[in-house]
Design a protein around this ligand. Structure first.
Ligand code: PMP
Length: 404
């Protein structure tokens, strides 16, 4: 019998002091705990959100690591600057510039995954008791970073059309927040994208009310249809919008390479926080990634990934009408990794998950993604891990499970 209990809270050991209040107060990620339970052989899992390993360019990565070790030798294995490898920072900056956000390599700090970027920004920007506004639903592991920094999280209503700007302004009036956290493109968990008008309106509220925006944008380059939208940082002056990005979804997540793009005032805080966290991101991994980009391999790899993920998205969208009960709705994302489904009122996807597992199929119940009131009839379905045939079979299993 699968139970959906989170990792138990840390217990107190007699004679030893308790753990720090900040980790006692922040629960383990229900989703990561859940994934540990449901990722078993035979299950077609729409839960995990893992990039497809068969698309990783192993040969290209090996060639770059070989070249770096042959050419730089011991230097590739030495300590290196906290801000990161200059060639890699320049390459990240060039990609932003191409996307319509002029950027210099000096604006970029390389981080150990963009998750570390979120954590460093929480350390650099948030004092205990500060209010951080977050979309609802939102990416849970970011909320953990803000909670660990002692933030009070306030949910901003947001839907398929983006952030509810009137509600955002009213909440800004009421709470005088420090920061709004948003995943503007192909959001985890909903797959939805803020259009240009919504981005402009959100940034205008931030300017009026004097808060910063953290745009967490790891999926922006995974677009399968529609037109790219300008990053939010391109819509305002320097410093207002801090951006994080990642090589996880376009190259390989195991490299743990991401970045923060920001102005010098915030960058100084990020660098101090990073010195305390890990001194710098792996020298050899950064050098190999810089070599890989300089060799021009990334664009071809991203193109292959986009083509395959488009087929997988289409397979999931084709299977959902027969799989979900009448009256269900779901997003049709132009990119990224996730579809978000809302079943009719009265359904509870957390209660459904054990039944789905009996049919060897899995999803993530939507409730844990809500910082405020959860919507129990929602679920997140990831479409990147399996090919179209397995996805079609997964949706048939889902239909059988939901039919009872
Ligand atoms: N932000 C969002 C919205 C994500 O979905 C993820 C990964 N699931 C991350 C940040 C962190 O990714 P990474 O540390 O691998 O760059």
């Amino acid at each position: 019998m699968t139970t959906l209990q989170p990792t138990p809270a840390p217990t107190t050991v007699p004679g030893l002091p308790p753990l720090a209040a900040r980790v006692r107060a922040v629960p383990s990620s229900v989703i990561r705990d859940l994934l540990a339970l449901i990722e078993r052989p035979g299950v077609i899992s729409f839960a995990g959100g893992l990039p497809a390993p068969e698309l990783f360019d192993v040969e290209g990565a090996r060639a770059s690591f070989d070249a770096v070790l042959a050419e730089a030798g011991p230097r590739a294995l030495q300590y290196s600057p906290t801000e990161g490898n200059r060639a890699l920072r320049d390459a990240v900056a060039a990609r932003y510039t191409e996307r319509g956000l002029p950027t210099d390599g000096a604006d970029v700090v390389i981080t150990t995954g963009s998750q570390q970027g979120l954590n460093l920004l929480a350390t650099a920007l948030v004092d205990p008791g500060d209010v951080v506004l977050v979309e609802s639903p939102s990416y849970l592991a970011a909320l953990q970073c803000f909670a660990l920094a002692g933030a009070k999280l306030v949910a901003v209503p947001s839907g398929e059309d983006g952030v509810d700007v009137e509600a955002l302004a009213a909440l800004a009036d009421r709470w005088a927040p420090k920061l709004l956290y948003t995943v503007p493109t192909f959001q985890n968990p909903t797959g939805r994208t803020l259009d240009l008008a919504n981005r402009q309106a959100v940034v205008a509220v931030a300017e009026r009310h004097g808060f910063r925006v953290l745009e967490d944008d790891p999926y922006a380059e995974l677009r399968y249809s529609g037109e790219p939208v300008l990053p939010m940082a391109a819509l305002t002056g320097p410093g207002r919008v801090v951006s994080t990005g990642s090589f996880s979804k376009i190259l390989a997540p195991g490299l743990r390479l991401g970045w923060v793009r920001t102005d010098p005032s915030v960058r100084a805080g990020v660098v101090v926080a990073k010195q305390a966290a890990d001194l710098h991101t792996s020298t050899v991994d950064q050098a190999a990634a810089a070599h890989y980009l300089a060799a021009g391999r990334l664009d071809a790899a991203v193109d292959r990934t986009r083509q395959e993920y488009r087929r997988r998205r289409d397979a999931l969208l084709a299977g959902l009408p027969a799989a979900l009960p009448p009256g269900s709705r779901w997003t049709t994302p132009d990119g990224g990794m996730f579809v978000w489904a809302t079943l009719p009122e009265g359904w509870d996807t957390t209660a459904l998950l054990p039944r789905a597992l009996e049919h060897d199929v899995a999803f993530v119940p939507g409730a844990p993604f809500f910082p405020g009131d959860p919507q129990p009839s929602t679920m997140r379905l990831s479409f990147t891990t399996y090919g179209p045939d397995a996805i079609a079979e997964g949706t048939r299993r889902l239909a059988a499970a939901l039919a009872g």
